[in-house]
Design a protein around this ligand. Structure first.
Ligand code: CUA
Length: 318
């Protein structure tokens, strides 16, 4: 089923569901919703009724003001809400356990949140940025952490969302019924590029996944500057670096190569191959003046050929 049809399957309240076994979450939402509607109407109805019935009149001004209690009434307003919240608790708890305990055979992918992209690490050493590729009909366990601030990994089509916390691991798991592309959002405000911290979950067949896993990080045949241009997109450099001089959190790449730039330390350096290599791999070493020191390290995310490709691409942007 294509992604288009999935989106059409959704409603005003929910995006299309890609994992039928967790539809209970939607039912629970409606359960809580209708209980709330019923309580609202009931309580507001009594408020309005009493306002009319006991409004100030010459008669009731003379009424005795002291009423002690009514055992039946008090028992009713304690027991009925108690039963309701117990039902909602048990109902929610059963689904919560299903969401929390991954099957023992789940395929594990590590997820690292950084300002402002997602890094995915596969068991065979393959890594990707912003594109999470997984096989269909397979339980997938995401073992997540953050390198800087709080992020939140949100998969609306799977009803999953969990915070990613620095210095701690959190996890979610899911199992897609079908192939397709699904949106990944960051659902925790994490700085000024939070709104572009988007990812794509690509669910493919098991055979396609094996092929992708083998070839994802293999050397590209592109010439270096073309490879760099491709990586500018696929490794999410565009989040912080413009190509046309427009302001973003990081230096624009326009005219960057060969420029003399002041550093936070007060020194001035000329941007050459070595400066760019350090800026990618050990960004904290030489931070540009008046720019926040927020560039995450791409150590391990780019091989030498890819780093050279990005430098070659920067050279072309005059
Ligand atoms: Cu990461 Cu918002």
């Amino acid at each position: 089923m294509s992604n288009e049809s999935l989106i059409n399957n959704g409603s005003f309240w929910f995006p299309g569901l890609a994992e039928e076994s967790v539809r209970g979450v939607d039912f629970l939402f409606w359960g809580v919703f209708w209980v709330s509607v019923a309580m609202f109407i009931g309580i507001m109805g009594v408020v309005v009724y009493f306002n009319v019935k006991f409004r100030r009149t010459p008669q009731n001004e003379k009424a005795v003001g002291h009423v002690t209690h009514n055992n039946v009434l008090e028992a009713v307003w304690i027991v009925i809400p108690l039963i309701l919240v117990i039902i909602l608790f048990v109902w929610g708890f059963v689904d919560y356990m299903k969401f929390s305990i991954p099957p023992a055979n789940a395929y594990e992918v590590k997820v690292i949140g950084k300002k402002w992209f997602w890094q995915f690490e596969y068991p065979n050493g393959t890594s990707s940025v912003n594109d999470l590729v997984v096989p269909e009909k397979t339980p997938i366990l995401l073992n997540m952490t953050s390198e800087d601030v709080l992020h939140s990994f949100f998969l609306p089509n799977f009803r999953r969302k969990k915070d990613m916390i620095p210095n701690r691991y959190t996890s979610i798991w899911f199992n897609s019924d079908r192939t397709g592309n699904f949106q990944i959002f960051c659902a925790e405000y994490c700085g000024d590029q939070h709104s572009v911290m988007l990812g794509s979950l690509k669910v493919v067949t098991k055979a396609e996944f094996e092929v992708w896993l083998k070839n994802a990080n293999s050397g590209s045949d592109l010439p270096p500057e073309k490879l760099g241009e491709k990586l500018y997109q696929s490794k999410a450099c565009f989040t912080c670096h413009s190509l046309d001089g427009s302001p973003k959190p990081g230096s624009t790449w326009k005219g960057l190569y060969g420029a003399k730039i002041p550093l936070a330390s007060g020194q001035t350096v000329t941007v050459d191959d070595n400066y760019l290599r350090d800026a990618i791999v050990v960004p904290a070493k030489e931070v540009r003046q008046r720019f926040p020191a927020i560039m995450p390290s791409y150590q391990g995310l780019l091989n030498e050929k890819e780093i050279a490709g990005i430098i070659a691409f920067i050279k072309t942007i005059k």
